[in-house]
Write a protein that binds this ligand. Structure first.
Ligand code: PFF
Length: 452
């Protein structure tokens, strides 16, 4: 009991919201969502993604936060507390910590690219309407082993410094400051993009669904993105849930985070697509959209360099909250299970990440020939986490919350011991988490394993 009383946590309701939203918002919104929407029919993908977020993402998010807050523990020990009679559930927590490492390994690499693009954008090195310039800058960034590694280590050092500050003074304070700045910048870029002459074409692409583009593959991809986006299936939300105040309304907070995160994804689309269409660039440019197309698009417009800098800075800011939450998963575990202090847990996690991350970073240079199951390390970490570990985690979390934990416990946890009048919402959540979410997640998983 005394350990729990002295446990760090989010001090304010606003902090609960900004930290959780900070975890959700990141490269998923500004890098993955626009290029996936660009490749898969724009608005049609958006519709499927919204549905996936509601029926798959939200229930798992609520379940994770609920369990974490109940146990007030890290992602592994939470399972020991909620399922004391069967140690196998703990494996779900272990898989989460492995996933956090795998995601951080490639995520910090991409964030390193973003930071180096900020420097290039400021120096004017990306000012060209020819996408080949962005392409060349991108390939120089990723293919120079030492500078790519140094960027990644710089990112790790920055995140470590905030994590060492603790949950309230580090994570909560940082996300409370960054989220409004990020939104302000994003809205500014949206206004610029929307005031371009042919903005309507980009908006039509984003908001006029053409369902002929929707295949089973697209649906499964949208569900996979919902996992990555909402930071679920791997104990991040469980760890953050353990920092939630007892009076926080979990379903309401999760719904607000889901909606706000969706808004950020849509705003990112609004910032990018009208400009892409206005200047006649290709919306389906794939993962290179952010790094190769975007600089050329901004260079084409008046005051382009200014907006390009703002755009890459906001992307960098968006990644901070996500990285903090990923980092906190192993750190919280090491502090509580191995009794390390926060500084030691953070530094050793950072060293571990630098070691695991190096092969991902070097996948574009010295280690490009080294493959695991036919994938280079970068793609392997992404595949392992997004296609396997997150859906596996999500599946078991939904099964546990829906079938194993017990409806009385779920109800007590979600109604804050009967102090909230949210019976209808709890009933709806219970039905979805029991009957719909596990089946859909299973489909994502089977796809990840290549069975469908
Ligand atoms: N949600 C983050 C994004 O969309 O960029 C990525 C992420 C953060 C995934 C934290 C998983 C996680 F635990």
């Amino acid at each position: 009991m005394s350990a729990n009383q002295s446990r760090d946590g989010f001090a304010t309701k606003l902090g609960v919201l900004t930290a959780t939203l900070g975890s959700a918002v990141g490269l998923g919104n500004i890098w993955k969502f626009p290029y996936m929407a660009g490749e898969n029919g724009g608005a049609a993908f958006l519709c499927i993604y919204i549905a996936a977020t509601i029926v798959v993402g939200l229930p798992v998010m609520i379940s994770e936060i609920m369990m974490g807050r109940h146990a007030k523990s890290n992602a592994i020990s939470t399972w020991r507390k909620v399922a004391p009679d069967n140690k196998l559930w703990t494996l779900v927590g272990v898989s989460g910590v492995v996933a956090a490492f795998a995601i951080m390994a490639f995520y910090t690499d991409v964030v390193g690219w973003v930071f180096s693009f900020i420097v290039m954008a400021v120096s004017g090195g990306l000012n060209s309407t020819d996408p080949k310039i962005g392409e060349a800058a991108f390939s120089a960034t990723v293919s120079s082993p030492m500078s790519a590694l140094l960027w990644q280590w710089g990112v790790l050092a920055l995140v470590s410094t905030i994590i060492i500050g603790g949950v309230t003074k580090g994570i909560e304070k940082t996300t409370k400051t960054l989220m409004p700045i990020l939104l302000g910048m994003l809205i500014l870029v949206c206004i610029r993009s929307l005031t371009l002459p042919k903005a309507g074409e980009g908006l039509a692409f984003l908001f006029n669904p053409d369902f002929s583009k929707v295949t089973g593959e697209v649906v499964l991809m949208a569900m996979g993105l919902a996992f990555f986006k909402l930071s679920i299936g791997m104990g991040t939300m469980m760890t953050y849930g353990s920092y939630f105040r007892n009076d926080a309304d979990v379903p309401f907070t999760a719904t607000r985070v889901m909606l706000a995160d969706l808004t950020v994804s849509i705003l990112a689309g609004v910032a990018i697509f009208p400009a892409v269409f206005n200047y006649g660039f290709e919306p389906a440019a794939g993962p290179g959209l952010l790094f190769m197309t975007v600089p050329a698009v901004f260079s084409s417009m008046p005051l382009g360099q200014f907006f390009m800098v703002i755009f890459f800075v906001l992307t960098g800011l968006a990644t901070m909250g996500a990285m903090l939450s990923l980092f906190e998963v192993p750190v919280a575990f090491f502090i509580e299970a191995l009794k390390w202090n926060r500084r030691k847990a953070t530094i050793l996690t950072a060293i571990g990440l630098a070691i695991c991350g190096a092969p991902a970073t070097l996948s574009f240079s010295t280690m490009s020939d080294v493959t695991l199951f036919g994938l280079n390390f970068f793609d392997f970490y992404d595949y392992l986490s997004s296609n396997l570990l997150l859906p596996i985690g999500g599946f078991f979390i939904a099964i546990f919350a829906g079938w194993k934990w017990g409806s009385d416990k779920v109800e007590r946890a979600l109604s804050n011991r009967g102090t909230l009048n949210n019976q209808a919402i709890i009933s709806l959540y219970s039905v979805i988490v029991k009957w719909i979410t596990p089946l859909l997640v299973l489909a994502v998983l089977l796809k990840g394993l290549g069975f469908i």
